[in-house]
Write a protein that binds this ligand. Structure first.
Ligand code: HEM
Ligand SMILES: [Cu+2]
Length: 618
């Protein structure tokens, strides 16, 4: 394997910093430019910085703004969840009235789904990482990207308005005929979902075009990191499915305002039609929620197993398969709605099919670890939590997808447990793992490993205590969306509520770690985890405004850790590889220095694959 050490690149300004290998000194730091004006005081001092942030078209800043926005909604919706659980601590508790309870779980569900989990990973981690992973300066349409952020904020503001004007009590699914009749703020809430949907569509279009049109030279489809493949698949679903929920919300609003008779049986409408429209979006939407998480987990599994991700092609294509199949199974939410038995049988069968590509992913991740040498960092602990919890969520999904079983489990706590294992145990674990992983890149500082690992333990424990009990509750017949219950369910409900406090504590530890890191964290090296994708090998931590000094030339696959180690007795089969799980390598790459600094060997090889020096593009 030949190591070409590229000559010093053309720089606009020299700022030698020993932390960075030659050619990687930060010219600008995207976080700080422009700094506060030195000679003015008060608000005017920070105004240029604020203005630069709110009008930025830099994908990294937009990603950071998304991160703050979705974290805020996660916190608000999480507090609502704790209140819901508090009410359920005792049967007949008068902590919340029945009416307040209905509004509270709806607030929780609507916010978690539409304002947190759908935009979460694509908006924050996706926006930040995607262009850097592709070796380019930004997404294809940077202004559209900023527009998508503000459209999201506009939608979120309408949702906040709906909540302040009394909230809504329909559940996050807005089922007719009730949503057509209730006096609560259904109209503004449907408008909020309608508007926020456009943010999703715009991000999807942007990512699709960027992935097709803007890859660094040498970055073939076979060398795309699996996170990119996942974002690609999810973008397709966002663009195709989101308009349906938008139209459905408009129809519901029309029905309420004009009494047209679309859903209202008294006027010749069909309330079940609403369920078809709603789930035609919302089942694909559960893949909007989980596919980006799959992508994050693939990155973590590779980097922290020090090994090529096994079954690269299978993982990449199964994301696309899931995206397609996801459009064909919506009827599994409607087994007891009165749809024809034949439809139910067909929907149940197709639902089993979709388990296959998900299973393929899980098996490949496990195999990657089996062949690798696993490095148990905080991100990896969250990835392992994901693997365990998502598997439970997925398998119970097959259970509720089984027609005969679901007739009993429908609308019980079993379903509540199932989707929390998928959404919280899956997507949220992946998001936190991904945040711990990319945090040093985003903010240039390390988080505390010790506290990170403790938080992973507390979150895992609290999560299972909260939600595993709900499988048992549901199988015993406890219905969902009830503010009280029979005394026989008391013990399990108590365990679940106490579990939610542990879960909340674990999440606070994560938040505390982030804040601590911003002020006190150790400065991050360029590639603390010894990863092989471009954001780690070719960009500083944090990256400068244009990401790269020179366009990277990609000569190896995203998980060819071998090419980062020319010595150390390791010889990979990497150079020129395609990232697929071929097994030419002699074994996993060594684990980087536990102090979290990349080994010298790796820092040196960071320049690998750079194009011959040429003037920077700006
Ligand atoms: C902080 C941890 C969480 C706790 C303690 C929690 C707890 C709860 C509880 C108690 C319910 C009400 C069940 C009922 O009465 O039927 C609920 C419903 C729900 N949760 Fe969570 N949850 C959490 C996180 C999440 C996350 C991360 C999501 C992700 C999207 C989510 C999505 C939902 C949805 C969609 C509903 C259904 C609301 C409805 O029935 O309309 N939750 N949750
Ligand atoms: Cu579904």
């Amino acid at each position: 394997m030949s190591t070409t050490t590229a000559a010093a690149p053309v720089r606009t300004q020299s700022a030698p910093a020993p932390k960075h290998p030659p050619g990687h000194e930060p010219v600008h730091n995207y976080l700080l430019e422009p700094g506060p004006s030195p000679d003015v005081r008060g608000l005017a001092r920070v105004w240029p910085t604020v203005k630069a942030w709110v009008t930025t078209v830099d994908h990294k800043r937009i990603g950071v703004m998304y991160l703050f926005a979705v974290s805020f909604f996660f916190a608000v919706a999480g507090i609502a969840a704790l209140l819901v659980r508090a009410e359920l601590m005792n049967p007949g508790s008068d902590f919340l009235t029945a009416d307040e309870y209905n509004r509270m779980f709806t607030l929780h569900g609507v916010m978690m789904v539409f304002l947190f989990i759908v935009p979460s990973i694509p908006g924050s981690l996706g926006n930040f990482v995607l262009p850097i992973m592709l070796g380019v300066k930004d997404v294809a349409f940077p202004k559209l990207n900023l527009a998508s952020f503000y459209v999201f904020i506009a939608g979120a503001s309408i949702a906040v308005y709906a909540i302040l004007s009394g909230g809504i009590d329909t559940g996050w699914t807005f089922y007719t005929p009730y949503s057509d009749e209730t006096n609560t703020a259904v109209l503004p809430m449907t408008m909020a979902v309608f508007v926020a949907g456009f943010a999703s569509i715009l991000t999807g279009i942007n990512f699709i075009v960027t992935i097709h049109k803007m890859r660094a030279p040498g970055l073939t489809w076979n060398r795309l990191p699996l996170f990119i493949w996942a974002l690609y698949a999810v973008s397709i679903v966002q663009v195709l499915a989101t308009p349906v929920v938008g139209i459905t919300m408009i129809l519901l609003a029309m029905e309420r305002l004009l009494n047209i008779g679309i859903f209202d049986p008294a006027l010749g409408g069909d309330p079940v039609l609403f369920q078809h429209f709603f789930w035609f979006y919302s089942h694909p939407a559960v893949y909007i929620m989980i596919l980006p998480a799959f992508g994050v987990i693939s990155e973590l599994m590779g980097t922290f197993s020090r090994q090529k991700v096994f079954g690269y092609r299978a993982i990449a294509l199964s994301s696309v398969a899931i995206a397609m199949l996801g459009f064909l199974v919506w009827g599994h939410h409607m087994f007891v709605s009165g749809q024809s038995p034949l439809s139910s049988i067909v929907f149940s069968l197709i639902t089993f099919l979709i388990g296959v590509p998900s299973g393929i992913k899980v098996l490949n991740w496990v195999w990657t670890m089996y062949r690798g040498s696993v490095w148990l960092t905080t991100p990896m602990l969250y990835a392992l939590s994901f693997l365990f919890l998502f598997t439970i969520g997925g398998l119970t999904g097959i259970m509720v997808g089984t027609l005969a079983v679901d007739v009993h489990l429908h609308d019980t706590y079993f379903v509540v447990a199932h989707f929390h294992y998928v959404m919280m145990g899956g997507t949220v674990m992946a998001m936190i793992g991904g945040l711990f992983y990319w945090w040093p890149k985003m903010f240039g500082r390390m988080m505390s490993e010790t506290w990170g690992r403790i938080s992973a333990g507390v979150v895992f424990f609290g999560f299972n205590m909260t939600f595993f009990t709900q499988f048992i509750l549901g199988s015993q017949g406890m219905p969902r969306r009830y503010f009280t219950y029979l005394p026989e369910y008391h013990d399990l409900h108590q365990v679940s509520t106490i579990g939610s406090w542990f879960l909340g504590l674990g999440l606070l530890l994560v938040l505390g770690n982030m804040i601590w890191s911003l002020f006190k964290g150790k400065p991050a090296p360029g590639n603390p985890w010894g990863a092989a994708t471009l954001e780690w090998t070719h960009a500083t931590s944090p990256p400068d405004h244009h990401n790269f000094h020179r366009t990277p030339l990609v000569t190896h696959g995203p998980y060819d850790y071998g090419v980062l180690f020319s010595g150390d007795g390791y010889s990979g089969d990497g150079a020129g590889g395609d990232g697929s799980g071929g097994d030419g390598s002699r074994g996993p790459a060594p684990i980087p220095n536990p102090e979290l600094g990349a080994p010298q060997e790796m820092e040196k090889s960071i320049d690998l694959g750079l194009a011959q020096p040429k003037p920077s593009r700006d």
